[in-house]
Design a protein around this ligand. Structure first.
Ligand code: C2E
Ligand code: CA
Ligand code: CA
Ligand code: CA
Length: 281
């Protein structure tokens, strides 16, 4: 029995060891990926309602892994956040987004998105040089600050509100806009909407799924849209997958929507090729 226990322990230890190695291996591969230029920028269109024209785009990171193919952020962002690598990744996406949209606006002003929305992990709010870095990205690419939106999740509101508020105000002084991503999922009080300078609310996909045929959910979404508009905010509905959802949101007065029904995240060139075609030929 004693031997069996020992064996069990060894099996356990071996598994721990394997997990640790695999994590270290993953971490090393992600670090190399960043330096080898394997990250890719994808853009998902955000359309204006009711006309359905592309208004802006959200920047979403992908990893073109030579061994495993195109990786979605869910498979590497958590590790990147744990290890701090997210800072480098977000900075690359920010620069690449500003550069791409700026070039597009110069080359085809008629079809280019008017703005680009970039995700920032909450850890950036602890970095004193965040504002300088955003200013640098705007200056080197020439993108107008009004064309840049920075998306943060509600979890940043659970941090030191004074620090968060000061950082966001600094960013807004540059002329960039601040969006609250996944609005309604953060379990935070609404009090921050009084104290924190924000410009955009993105209603989380979980409120849009199941919207059709659920009166209670419709009232809730409608109330969020009204609240946002009353506060002078732009409201974007995320995760729109069906025409019926879009119709409901339009009737509710929602002015912006994003989701597979309207366009998938895709390489900038693909989105651009699609938009170059006149809507009604
Ligand atoms: P998010 O910021 O909430 O981005 C929206 C996610 O929903 C994207 O997933 C997008 O592909 C997906 N999506 C869009 N429309 C639909 C739809 O109609 N149905 C469904 N089911 N999904 C839809 P993705 O690209 O896999 O990104 C997942 C998350 O990873 C993002 O959620 C964001 O939190 C994070 N992320 C992505 N790129 C970055 C980045 O550059 N920096 C940071 N810090 N986080 C990022
Ligand atoms: Ca987002
Ligand atoms: Ca979101
Ligand atoms: Ca999300």
């Amino acid at each position: 029995a004693k031997d069996l226990g020992k064996n069990r322990f060894m099996v356990f230890e071996t598994r721990m060891h394997e997990q640790l190695l695999s994590r270290l291996d993953q971490e090393a591969r992600l670090r190399e990926a960043v330096h080898r230029g394997e990250l890719r920028l994808h853009l998902q269109p955000v359309v204006a309602l009711p006309d359905g024209q592309v208004s802006g785009a959200e920047a979403l990171v992908r990893w073109q892994d030579p061994q495993r193919g195109l990786q979605q952020p869910g498979s590497f962002i958590p590790l990147a956040e744990e290890t701090g690598m997210i800072i480098e990744i977000d900075r690359w996406i920010l620069l690449e987004s500003c550069r791409t949209i700026r070039r597009w606006q110069e080359e085809s002003p008629a079809t280019a998105p008017a703005w680009v929305s970039v995700n920032l992990s909450a850890v950036h709010l602890d970095l004193p040089d965040l504002t300088d870095h955003v200013a640098y990205a705007l200056a080197t690419t020439g993108l107008s600050p009004h064309c840049l939106v920075l998306e943060l999740t509600e979890t940043v509101m659970m941090r030191d509100l004074a620090v968060t508020s000061a950082r966001l105000e600094e960013l807004r002084q540059l002329g960039v806009k601040i969006a609250i991503d996944d609005f309604g999922t953060g379990y935070s009080s609404l009090g921050y909407l009084r104290d924190i300078p924000v410009d955009v609310l993105k209603i989380d996909r979980s409120f849009i799924t199941g919207l059709v045929g659920n009166a209670r959910q419709q009232e809730l979404v409608s109330a969020i849209i009204q609240l946002g508009h009353t506060l002078g905010l732009r409201v974007v509905a995320e995760g729109v997958e069906e025409a019926d959802q879009l119709t409901l949101l339009t009737v509710m007065g929602c002015k912006f929507a994003q989701g597979y029904h309207l366009g998938r995240p895709q390489p900038p060139d693909e989105l651009r090729a699609g938009l170059a075609v006149p809507a009604l030929a």
